[in-house]
Design a binder for this molecule. Structure first.
Ligand code: ATP
Ligand code: MG
Length: 375
């Protein structure tokens, strides 16, 4: 499909596409913002809290995107719209919105705490919107983010509903990327390295109770393994697709394999595909289909009551064809797009999780920029 500006055509097409409508109304992100706020159950979020979220979005999102675009080196270039969607998906998962929706008609619906909600918003900005910032640019982004949240940037004053006091702000002894909301202490931040759990291999509490210790694997818990485990668990619990990128040899495949292997067999069907330069699209399709049952003509899915998790290792390796695309990756992209758009309802889940390990050598980073744009 080719996108052309209607001015360049010389005539106005009968159908105007969504991008144009959004551009004309200057509502590029507003539409996501509004639809996110609309799904939040009124039983758990007060009107004031919805207003606070709305204000924080206006206050922080565009400024962080501008800083990233103008001043930061990025791992992978994503469109701003994609980053905003990512951030809202992460926020939805962190606030456990799906559970809140399911319980909104119960007698005592859970009330969300305003302080925790605002802290979660900051965390979602850092990891949903800004996680592609490379190490070299993180110090400059760190100082921008802190100034922004302190209301020191002109034209971005703190909104009246922003309630975080000094104790609830991200401590300034390290980078903002070194902290996570402390699960053990209400309203406080803790360092990733201090969250190293004492469970088996430093990784505990996998969804679906799959916590048997793999005797043969010794994982040395570090800040990075905690971070990776945290996001993998979140992705598995909330059925989010997740790409893991980072320097070579840092344990991306090792840790993900170990987590996937330890998932409960009663609740998950796992499928690990190792991509190589010679991986073909037919092979990829065969491996994916091999773990699925035929439900009816043309419809496949995992065994009833289970979720299927696909881990694709070394996503960047397949050779490019003469048009510059990587057919196995295209297949995954289309599977993912089709599933998000048409199949993403509870019973007909084909892939509930798609985890990809992307090695990050200098050569592959350039390839990734074109590859990842529409994920
Ligand atoms: N936290 C850790 N604990 C124990 N061993 C580790 C850890 N991190 C890495 N290793 C070791 O380093 C090796 C290389 O890790 P791995 O293959 O997972 O790297 P990778 O990040 O996937 O690299 P690439 O980008 O090249 O795919 C593993 O086989 C494992 O032995
Ligand atoms: Mg690897």
């Amino acid at each position: 499909m080719v996108f052309m500006d209607s001015n360049a055509l010389g005539w106005r097409p009968l159908k105007v596409n969504t991008c144009e409508i959004l551009q004309e109304n200057d509502q590029t992100f507003g539409i996501f913002q509004i639809s996110f706020l609309n799904i939040l159950p009124k039983a758990s979020f007060s009107g004031e809290q919805l207003e606070q979220l709305d204000e924080m979005f206006e206050w922080l999102v565009q400024s962080c995107l501008d800083q990233m675009r103008e001043k930061c080196e990025l791992f992978v270039l994503f469109s701003e719209m994609h980053l905003v969607c990512n951030m809202l998906k992460l926020l939805r998962a962190l606030l456990n919105v799906d559970n809140l929706i399911a319980n909104q008609n119960s007698e005592t619906p859970v009330q969300v705490d305003s302080i925790q909600m605002q802290m979660t918003f900051l965390f979602a900005i850092l990891w949903g919107l800004c996680s592609t910032i490379r190490q070299v640019s993180r110090p400059s982004f760190d100082s921008h983010f802190r100034n922004l949240v302190d209301g020191l940037i002109k034209g971005h004053a703190k909104p009246p509903g922003f309630k975080l006091g000094r104790n609830n702000m991200i401590p300034d002894s390290n980078s903002v990327f070194d902290y996570v909301i402390d699960p053990a202490k209400q309203g406080a931040w803790g360092k990733w390295v201090d969250q190293v759990s004492h469970g088996p291999g430093g990784v505990a509490g996998l969804p679906g109770g799959g916590d048997q210790y793999d005797e043969e694997v010794l994982i040395i818990p570090t800040g990075e393994t905690v971070k990776q485990t945290y996001f993998l668990n979140l992705a598995l619990t909330h059925s989010l697709p997740l790409g893991v990128s980072g320097p070579s040899g840092t344990g991306k495949s090792f840790l993900t394999n170990s987590i996937v292997r330890r998932l409960s067999k009663e609740k998950f069907i796992t499928n690990v595909i190792n991509f190589s330069a010679r991986t073909s699209v037919t092979y990829t399709q065969d491996v994916i289909m091999s773990k699925l049952d035929r439900r009816r003509k043309g419809v496949f899915g995992p065994a009833m009551g289970k979720k299927c998790v696909v881990f694709v290792d070394d996503l960047n390796l397949p050779q490019k064809d003469e048009c510059g695309s990587m057919p196995p990756v295209e297949l995954l992209r289309q599977v993912r797009i089709i599933l998000t758009n048409y199949m993403d309802h509870k019973e007909m889940f084909i892939f509930s999780g798609l985890i990809m390990d992307i090695g990050m050598t200098r050569k592959t980073r350039a390839n990734l920029n074109s590859l990842m744009c529409s994920w």
